[in-house]
Design a protein around this ligand. Structure first.
Ligand SMILES: CC(C)(COP(=O)(O)OP(=O)(O)OC[C@H]1O[C@@H](n2cnc3c(N)ncnc32)[C@H](O)[C@@H]1OP(=O)(O)O)[C@@H](O)C(=O)NCCC(=O)NCCS
Length: 309
């Protein structure tokens, strides 16, 4: 059969046909897509639309088709971006241009993004901000999101790093269904939510290496990702596993040739804090986890960065 590439005139009909073709090609063993269109708009006090985002969710992923930001006479005023995983709504980014701060735009943007939590039935709202950012903390408190615990960024040059001897048995992470199930089980214990879409993102990144950790009896007890010497996210099923898991991940980073190592360590991971300091790592950025209610066990979880968590 011969084929021709033709510019279709009816966009809607073509999109529907392509979507149906993709849906019909879904493997039988994956759960339903649960495709839902998502449209969020930002409106000024006079009702005019000044920004918005449109896309869809499927398999718990958000597919963004387009992004508008708050604008005034062609000038960008600011943007907010949040993600939802099951019960958890997380504010990844909020930025208002310096010349337009203190005019209520931050209030408006955070209110609109929080509507996403309500729409998706996410009970917990959380974020990580700079511990010294008085303006953002005040804004979040106004919206019912309160300081929970310090999460400090630790870093050190590879030269002179003194890592302890104990190591966990580890294996490279892959996107196999067995590994994805292990990751889901660890996240359920450490955080109480599935982070399947985050794992798929990390596993698809060639520069990021993932490790699964095993106990002597062969049980899978945690995971960590490492990229350019940075460790995180790291999650373990018991508090005792945090120190050997971090030591193993840092050693992996050093052996991979990183010139500098780093990690975000919550204050509840006391063993990990002691290990970092004893190894020669130092606090570079003091940050703060804020949430509207307790969630997760932060003695067993180390975030990747403030937006990713
Ligand atoms: C933090 C930020 C998002 C606030 O946005 P904004 O549009 O200036 O804020 P709004 O005018 O809507 O609301 C201001 C609220 O923030 C708080 N705030 C603003 N400036 C403040 C300051 N200097 N000190 C304390 N609180 C302050 C107040 O709670 C205030 O509300 P209120 O006066 O009603 O109590 C904005 O300053 C910003 O983008 N900063 C740089 C990037 C950043 O820090 N992002 C957050 C990273 S997590």
């Amino acid at each position: 059969m011969d084929y021709d590439v033709i510019e279709e005139e009816d966009d809607a009909a073509l999109q529907a046909a392509v979507r149906a073709g993709i849906r019909n090609a879904d493997p039988a063993d994956v759960r339903p897509r649960d495709w839902r269109v998502l449209s969020l708009g930002l409106r000024a006090n006079d009702g005019s639309l000044v920004g918005g985002v449109y896309g869809a969710t499927m398999w718990g992923w958000l597919l963004i088709d387009g992004l508008w930001v708050a604008e005034d006479s062609g000038q960008m005023l600011g943007f907010a971006f949040s993600w939802v995983c099951g019960d958890l709504w997380f504010l990844a980014q909020l930025f208002i241009s310096p010349n337009h701060q203190n005019q209520g735009i931050g209030h408006t943007l955070i209110s609109r993004t929080m509507e996403q939590a309500q729409k998706r039935g996410a009970r917990t709202k959380a974020l990580i901000t700079f511990a010294f950012n008085r303006a953002s903390q005040s804004l979040y408190i106004r919206h019912g999101i309160f300081p929970q615990l310090p999460v400090n960024f630790f870093a050190a040059p590879r030269e002179g790093l003194r890592l302890p001897a104990g190591r966990l048995r580890s294996a490279p992470l892959s996107a196999s269904s067995t590994h994805l199930r292990e990751l889901d089980a660890i996240d359920a214990v450490a955080l109480g939510v599935s982070r399947a879409k985050h794992h798929r993102y990390l596993l698809a990144d060639a520069a990021t290496k993932g490790l699964l950790f095993y106990a002597h009896n062969g049980d899978c007890i945690g995971y960590a990702y490492v990229v350019d010497g940075h460790v995180g996210p790291l999650a373990v099923t018991s508090q005792e596993a945090v120190v050997p898991a971090l030591a193993t991940a840092l050693t992996f980073a050093v052996e991979a040739g990183a010139a500098r190592v780093s990690a975000f360590i919550p204050s509840a991971c006391r063993g990990a804090l002691s290990l970092a300091i004893a190894s020669g790592m130092r606090i570079t950025f003091p940050m703060l986890l804020m949430a509207d209610r307790d969630f997760g066990d932060w003695s067993r979880y180390m975030p990747r960065n403030p937006g990713f968590m």
